[in-house]
Design a protein around this ligand. Structure first.
Ligand SMILES: NC(=O)c1ccc[n+]([C@@H]2O[C@H](COP(=O)([O-])OP(=O)(O)OC[C@H]3O[C@@H](n4cnc5c(N)ncnc54)[C@H](O)[C@@H]3O)[C@@H](O)[C@H]2O)c1
Length: 385
């Protein structure tokens, strides 16, 4: 099957590389010729590096690279069996492209969007045959990140879901199916990793270095929340939180933080600008954590309980299955453990007590416990029996 990719930015070129590595002929089209030139150059560099590092033989790299073609007009996408759209995150633009593309790609083509935050139903509604539209959400960088979220819209035909899942598996991806809800699985459930860390910082319980130390050293997360926000970019991370917050009708659980907003306004975007929560100047002093085990355990327990609550709530509202929720967080954002499994290990009632204690303290809806978690605590139930 020939694959079409619309948009040759970071995601589009990464997705094209994955599809070509899986043996497909791929056609990319971008409406900015300069973006296609950059993608061509970037792909050349990527394949050279893979050969240099011994990850690919020269012949294999040349063969994969040779399967990626750039079209100079949208009509170059004619005949593709799957089209993945990865253009700017703008609903009006995406809908206009879907409407136009439908006449280009032919009646049997699966039309997928890689959107991170828009409604798949809204994008699909631009099609005359919305039943073939679907969300196929890759993570950045697409060739390295294992996870793909497949998101059917209300209009999507079940066969399209099954075909998309099979295809992504054949590309070597861990594939989970998510309901068309804000943030899908990962970008929803991960919010407290940043939000609760920011809250602890703002309340002055601990500084960024101490929270990062606790989450890495005691929580076994690969990166602490603040170094991760600096790595992702505070502008990007803040926008995702704000988008999820708005999409959930301003549910206080996802309320963004002024602290992070001010950093964005100041241009302290993180690594890419040399300064975020930390300074990345060559002579900057290293921020030293306060390695207090009791404080560290409290921090980990508070953040993990909030994450568990999100995961349980996503399960409660049918966003995804138990296994897909746990797999999404371990393969999409490299959490050390699935959150529902973690809840079992900590004890569901222990998580409920922590959330209730926070709720008692603040009387904020942000700390409300998921009905599922409370019911399970009452019944002394586990997610994995
Ligand atoms: N960057 C990420 O971490 C990430 C992760 C998952 C999903 N996404 C989603 O993937 C999509 C693309 O993100 P990105 O980071 O690759 O963006 P990007 O800005 O790197 O690339 C977007 C590309 O789309 C092109 N483009 C814009 N409008 C177009 C149009 N009408 N027709 C054809 N090409 C057009 C631009 O020229 C640009 O090259 C967005 O929907 C984003 O939400 C991004």
């Amino acid at each position: 099957m020939k694959i079409g990719v619309l948009g040759s930015g970071s995601m589009g070129s990464g997705i094209a590389q994955v599809a070509a590595a899986a043996g497909h002929e791929v056609v990319i089209f971008d409406n900015h010729a300069s973006a296609m030139d950059r993608a061509r150059q970037k792909l050349q560099e990527v394949f050279d590096l893979l050969v240099e590092k011994g990850k690919l033989g020269r012949e294999e790299a040349t063969a994969i690279h040779g399967r990626i073609h750039f079209a100079d007009r949208m009509h170059g996408l004619r005949g593709v069996g799957l089209l993945i759209e990865a253009i700017i995150e703008d609903l009006t633009v995406k809908k206009a492209e879907f409407e136009q593309l439908e006449d280009v790609v032919g009646p049997d083509c699966i039309m997928a969007t890689n959107t991170s935050s828009l409604s798949i139903a809204a994008i699909a509604s631009a099609c005359k045959r919305p039943e073939r539209a679907i969300g196929i959400h890759f993570f950045n960088p697409a060739p390295l990140m294992k996870l793909v979220e497949v998101i059917p819209a209300v209009q999507t035909h079940p066969d399209i879901v099954a075909q998309s899942v099979e295809l992504m598996k054949s590309w070597g991806k861990e594939t989970v199916v998510a309901k068309d809800t804000p943030g899908f699985i990962v970008n929803r459930i991960a919010r407290p990793y940043y939000g609760e860390a920011l809250r602890i910082l703002e309340e002055g319980f601990a500084d960024a270095a101490t929270i990062d130390w606790a989450m890495k050293e005691l929580g076994k997360f690969r990166m602490g929340p603040f170094e991760l926000m600096d790595y992702i970019g505070n502008d990007i991370n803040y926008t995702v939180t704000e988008t999820v917050f708005q999409a959930f009708y301003f549910d206080p659980r996802y309320k963004p933080s002024f602290t992070q907003k001010r950093l964005v306004e100041a241009g302290y975007l993180g690594r890419k600008t040399g300064r975020g929560f930390y300074s990345y100047a060559p002579d900057a002093p290293v921020a030293e954590p306060l390695k207090n085990a009791e404080l560290g355990r409290d921090i980990v327990h508070r953040i993990v309980s909030m994450l568990v609550n999100e995961a349980a709530d996503a399960l409660y509202w049918g966003v995804a299955t138990r296994d897909d929720i746990d797999r999404a967080m371990t393969t999409g954002v490299n959490y050390p453990k699935g959150l529902l499994l973690w809840a079992d290990e900590l004890g569901v009632s222990h998580c409920v007590e922590t959330l209730d204690r926070l709720y008692e303290e603040y009387h904020e809806d942000r700390y409300r416990c998921s009905p599922l978690l409370r019911k399970m605590a009452r019944e002394v139930a586990k997610f994995y029996e």
